[in-house]
Design a protein around this ligand. Structure first.
Ligand code: 13P
Ligand code: ZN
Length: 284
C-alpha cells in the first residue's frame, strides 16, 4: 500500500472547491441523520457520491500523481470518474462533525482497473475507502450505464428493515414489497419500483456487490438480508428519503404486531388508486 505522501496540498485544494463543499454539507447532514436514527452503530454504513463534474480535465489529470491501487474486477464504465467515498471504519457521527476528515477521493484510471486515492490522514494513516467499495463502484457504474442522473449511493443499517428481513416469510421481492407498500400510501408513491431483495452474503465481498448489482437494476433500493439496505438518489438526501420512507412502513408493521394485531394493509383497490394518481415521482 503506498502512502499518501506529497499529496496533502492537492487534497486541501479539492476539498475547498465550492461544488465539493456543497457535497460535504450533504454528507454532514445525512450522516448525522443516520446516527440519530440509530441506523449507524459504530462504523456501520457507508456512502459514495459521483463528483466527476466538480473537476475540469486539467484537475482530473492531477489525480494520476496520487497513490494508485488495483481494482478487481475492473470498472471500464467508470473510466476517469471521481467519487467521494466514506472511509472504512468511519463513524457516521464523526463524519457529521468533520466530513472531509472521514472521506477520500477515488479517481478511477482510464482502463477502470485501478484507482488513485487522495484525502486527509486520520491518526497518521490515509483515509481508505469503505470495505463496500466494490458494491458502490458496481452501482455507480450501473447508474452511468443507465444514463441516470443519480450520483449518490448510501448504505445503512436501518434497524426496522433488517428486522423485516429476519422474518423468512418476507424473504422475497414480491412479499416484501407487498408488505411495505401496504403499510403507508407514501411508500408506493415515492418507491413505486419497490425494493430488491439480496439474500444474505458476507459484507464487503464481491458476491454482495454482484447480487446488489443484479437486484438494484430495476429499483432505487435493495435490502440486504440480516444486514441492512442500500439506496440511490440524485443526492444523498434523496437516497436517505427512500430509506426513511421504507423504514416508516416497516415500523408501522411492527407497531401493529406489538399491539397484538396483524395490520390490514392498504387494499388492492387503494393501491391501484395511488398508482394511478401520479402524485409521486416517476420510479425506475
Ligand atoms: P465500512 O466501515 O468499511 O464502510 O463498513 C461498514 C459497513 O456497514 C459494512 O457493510
Ligand atoms: Zn453494512
Amino acid at each position: 500500500m503506498e502512502k499518501m505522501e506529497g499529496q496533502p496540498g492537492f487534497a486541501v485544494e479539492i476539498f475547498k472547491k465550492p461544488l465539493v463543499e456543497a457535497v460535504l454539507k450533504q454528507v454532514a447532514l445525512v450522516s448525522g441523520f443516520l446516527w440519530e436514527r440509530g441506523w449507524a452503530e459504530r462504523n456501520a454504513g457507508n456512502l459514495s457520491v459521483n463528483v466527476t463534474g466538480c473537476f475540469d480535465a486539467k484537475e482530473l489529470a492531477l489525480f494520476s500523481a496520487c497513490p494508485r491501487f488495483d481494482l478487481s474486477p475492473g470498472y471500464p464504465g467508470l473510466s476517469q470518474s471521481v467519487f467521494l467515498v466514506s472511509g472504512t471504519g468511519t463513524r457516521m457521527r464523526d463524519m457529521a462533525a468533520d466530513p472531509a476528515g472521514h472521506l477520500c477521493f477515488v479517481c478511477i484510471s482510464s482502463q477502470g482497473t485501478s484507482f488513485h486515492l487522495t484525502g486527509f490522514e486520520k491518526d497518521g494513516e490515509p483515509v481508505m475507502p469503505t470495505s463496500e467499495l466494490l458494491t458502490h463502484l458496481a452501482v455507480q457504474e450501473l447508474l452511468i450505464r443507465q444514463g441516470s442522473t443519480e450520483k449518490a449511493v448510501l448504505h445503512a443499517h436501518v434497524t426496522e428493515l433488517i428486522a423485516l428481513t429476519q422474518l423468512a416469510r418476507f424473504n422475497s421481492e414480491a412479499a416484501i414489497n407487498n408488505l411495505l407498500w401496504g403499510m403507508h400510501p407514501e411508500t408506493l408513491l415515492f418507491v413505486p419500483g419497490g425494493v430488491g431483495f439480496v439474500p444474505y452474503s458476507l459484507a464487503g465481498t464481491g458476491q454482495i456487490a454482484r447480487l446488489t448489482l443484479q437486484s438494484i437494476e430495476n429499483h432505487k433500493a435493495v435490502l440486504w438480508e440480516k444486514h441492512g439496505c442500500l439506496a440511490v438518489g440524485n443526492t444523498l438526501h434523496e437516497a436517505f428519503d427512500i430509506l426513511d420512507i421504507l423504514a416508516k412502513s416497516a415500523r408501522i408493521y411492527f407497531l401493529c404486531r406489538s399491539a397484538g394485531t396483524e395490520p390490514e394493509g392498504l387494499t388492492a383497490a387503494q393501491l391501484e388508486e395511488i398508482r394511478n394518481s401520479q402524485l409521486g415521482e416517476p420510479g425506475k
